[in-house]
Design a protein around this ligand. Structure first.
Ligand SMILES: NC(=O)c1ccc[n+]([C@@H]2O[C@H](COP(=O)([O-])OP(=O)(O)OC[C@H]3O[C@@H](n4cnc5c(N)ncnc54)[C@H](OP(=O)(O)O)[C@@H]3O)[C@@H](O)[C@H]2O)c1
Length: 284
C-alpha cells in the first residue's frame, strides 16, 4: 500500500509517519513539499506519487489567528481540502482527513455527555466553521473517505504552528517557577498522538467502513484537572490556580465542552494511562 502523509513535519503527522506499519510504503510531505491551498501544486505533487491513500493532517488551526485571518482559514481548511478531494477522485485514492472537536458548540455540557459521531456539529468560531466546511466537502464529494476528529493533542514533537502543546508548555513554565492560572470550566478529551496515530493506521489497514470517526483517549477532564495530573505524574511541584475562562479573553469564542467518544467501536485507553506512558517515556 502506498500512502502519502500531508503535514508530515507536524505534531500528529510526524507520529503517523514514525508508526508506519510494516508493508506500507509511506511518503511524508511537509509544507515545503506541498501547499494544499494551491490546486496546481497539489496536482503536480500527488500525480508523481500516485498514492492509494492520502492522510491529511495539514490545517490552519491557531484558533485566534483564524478569527484574524478568516480567508486564510478557509483557503487551507476548506479550499485546500477541496483540492485534495479533487485529486483523490481523479486518482481513485482514499482520503483520510483530520478534523477537530471544535466542530461542536459545547452545548452538550447540559447533559454532561461526550459528543459522538452521530451528533450534529455547530461550530462557534472561524476555525471550527472552516474545519466543518472541510468535513462537508470530504463527506459530500468523495465516497472513499475517513474523517477523523481528534482533540487536545500532545506528543513528543509539539504542534508546530501552536508552538508546542499544553503538556510541554506548562511543564516548562512550572520548572521555571512561574505561577500558573489554568481554566477549570473548559472540558475536553486530552489525546496522545501515539495512540491517535496507531488508531488512524488501524482504520486504514483494517479497511473499516468509510465515514466519520472520533479518535481520542478515553474519558475527559478540564484543563485544570489535566494540569494537576501532569504535575502529579511528572513529580513536579507547581503553583497552579484554577480560574474561569472569562479571565482569559480571547479573539475566538471557545466551546467549553468538547469531550468526544466513539459509537463506532473505537476505544482508546483512558487519557490518564496515556499521559503516564508519555511522561514515563519522555521527560520534557
Ligand atoms: N493540535 C491539537 O490540539 C488539535 C486538536 C484538534 C484537532 N487538530 C487537528 O489535527 C491536525 C494536526 O494537528 P497538529 O497539532 O499535528 O498540527 P501541526 O503540528 O501544526 O501540523 C500541521 C502541519 O501542516 C502543515 N501545513 C499547514 N498549512 C499547510 C498547507 N497550507 N499546506 C501544506 N501543509 C501545511 C504545517 O506546516 P507549517 O507549520 O510549516 O506551516 C504543519 O507541519 C490538524 O488538522 C488540526 O486541525 C489538532
Amino acid at each position: 500500500m502506498r500512502v502519502v502523509v500531508i503535514g508530515a513535519g507536524g505534531q500528529l503527522g510526524s507520529e503517523i509517519l514514525k508508526l508506519t506499519p510494516e508493508g506500507v510504503k509511506v511518503i511524508g510531505l511537509t509544507h515545503e513539499d506541498i501547499e494544499i491551498a494551491d490546486l496546481q501544486n497539489v496536482k503536480r505533487v500527488l500525480h508523481n506519487l500516485k498514492p492509494e491513500v492520502v492522510i491529511n493532517t495539514a490545517a490552519f488551526h491557531k484558533t485566534d489567528s483564524c478569527e484574524e485571518f478568516p480567508l486564510r482559514a478557509f483557503e487551507v481548511n476548506l479550499a485546500g481540502v477541496k483540492n485534495l478531494v479533487d485529486v483523490c477522485r481523479k486518482f481513485g485514492s482514499v482520503l483520510l482527513h483530520i478534523s477537530t472537536d471544535y466542530v461542536f458548540d459545547g452545548k452538550k455540557a447540559e447533559l454532561r455527555e461526550p459528543y459522538t459521531e452521530e451528533d450534529t456539529p455547530n461550530p462557534i468560531n472561524v476555525y471550527g466553521i472552516s474545519k466543518y466546511a472541510g468535513e462537508l466537502m470530504v463527506r459530500n464529494y468523495l465516497r472513499e473517505h475517513y474523517i477523523v476528529r481528534v482533540a487536545s493533542l500532545y506528543g513528543k514533537k509539539g504542534s508546530k504552528s501552536k508552538g508546542g502543546n499544553f503538556v510541554l508548555n506548562i511543564l516548562k513554565k512550572a520548572k521555571e517557577g512561574e505561577d500558573l492560572r489554568i481554566v477549570d470550566d473548559v472540558f475536553m478529551s486530552p489525546t496522545y498522538t501515539v495512540d491517535a496515530a496507531k488508531e488512524i493506521w488501524n482504520l486504514v489497514l483494517k479497511r473499516r467502513p468509510f465515514g466519520t470517526y472520533h479518535i481520542t483517549n478515553g474519558g475527559y477532564c478540564s484543563w485544570y484537572e489535566f494540569a494537576l495530573e501532569i504535575f502529579r505524574l511528572a513529580g513536579v511541584k507547581a503553583r497552579v490556580k484554577p480560574v474561569s475562562s472569562s479571565e482569559f479573553p480571547r479573539k475566538a469564542q471557545i466551546p467549553r465542552w468538547t469531550p468526544l467518544i466513539s459509537v463506532k467501536g473505537i476505544r482508546l485507553r483512558h487519557w490518564k494511562e496515556a499521559l503516564r506512558e508519555f511522561l514515563t517515556k519522555f521527560t520534557p
